[in-house]
Write a protein that binds this ligand. Structure first.
Ligand SMILES: [Cu+2]
Length: 302
């Protein structure tokens, strides 16, 4: 027993796991409020499973150790131990208790799912996510005013030479409206712990083609198409750049302004470069054909 306790202690300390990591039980780190809610559900589900597990393991150990087939005093094998089949109370117990467990897990899962899918009426930012073979366009639905070269929405579109950057604010409710111009794609940012298919004609199918979330930290996160959509499906990548709300406002303002150097409004990369806020505003861009999957080997675009 002492050896086992020591082994557990060594395992916990030697691997350098923090309390947070232990309670994460292998759940990957997410960057949205919704991902944290899912993590809480996971943590308590594992805790509940461990409690049940410890009881079951204890019972197995107890039965196997103390209720083995014994020999009698004269060396003859003992008759079968007492049998419990057709024990109605016991059978009721083994039906009712697992049913209660499943119901409890179901209720908490349903509550978490409802929370994750919840939408408020007035999100702070709305982006239309347009998927097409084989790239993405991100249109900022509220940022359509006063572009000097004739108006139109602020939007970022990927090309075969540049991965599109989806710049978003931290701490704001963001609504993603998904639409495809051709086949079914799927919008997936692994760190959001959320993925949703992108359909052509979103009004004509029964899937809700929009969702909302709230990002809780700054950073760069890789996004992918998660639905096999044709020859160049694998190059359909994008990048989410989460900036503080101030920096995001600055970014959108720049996107509406004329870049004197080009005579056009600032592109995503130009606006980020002009903001000059370090690594976070470095306009990483990676050629998408062929796509370099090594995200540490990004090449800066001009
Ligand atoms: Cu796709």
């Amino acid at each position: 027993m002492r050896v086992a306790a020591l082994a557990v202690l060594v395992a916990l300390t030697a691997t350098g796991c923090s309390g947070d990591e232990i309670l994460r039980f292998g759940w990957p780190v997410g960057v949205t409020q919704q991902a944290d809610e899912m993590r809480t559900l996971w943590t308590w589900t594992v805790v509940a499973a461990l409690v049940v597990g410890v009881i079951v393991w204890g019972l197995i150990f107890w039965t196997a150790t103390f209720h083995r087939k014994k020999k009698t005093a004269d060396g003859e094998p003992e008759e079968l131990p007492r049998q419990f089949q057709y024990n109605i109370p016991l059978e009721m117990f083994t039906v009712v208790v697992p049913t209660i467990m499943v119901v409890v897990l179901f209720v908490f899962t349903y509550m978490t799912q409802t929370d994750v899918l919840k939408k408020v009426d007035n999100p702070d930012v709305k982006v239309q996510i347009v998927a097409f073979q084989w790239n993405w366009e991100f249109k900022y639905e509220d940022a359509n005013a006063a572009k000097p070269n004739g108006g139109g929405q602020v939007s970022t579109v990927g090309s075969s030479g540049e991965i599109p950057l989806l710049v978003l604010p931290v701490g704001k409710t963001i609504q993603y409206d998904l639409v495809s111009t051709d086949v079914i794609h799927s919008f997936w940012v692994p760190e959001f712990h959320f993925k949703r298919d992108v359909f052509p004609n979103p009004d004509k199918n029964n899937q809700d083609s929009s969702f909302q979330n709230k990002i809780d930290r700054e950073g760069s996160f890789v996004g992918r198409c998660a639905e096999l959509c044709g020859t160049y499906h694998s190059v359909m990548n994008f990048e989410v750049r989460a900036l503080s709300a101030d920096k995001f406002d600055q970014y959108i303002a720049l996107r509406k302004q004329m870049n004197p150097a080009t005579g056009q409004t600032f592109t995503a990369a130009e606006a980020l470069a002009k903001m000059n806020c370090g690594e976070l505003c470095t306009p990483h861009a990676v050629t998408t054909q062929p796509f370099n999957t090594d995200r540490t080997a990004r090449t800066a675009s001009n």
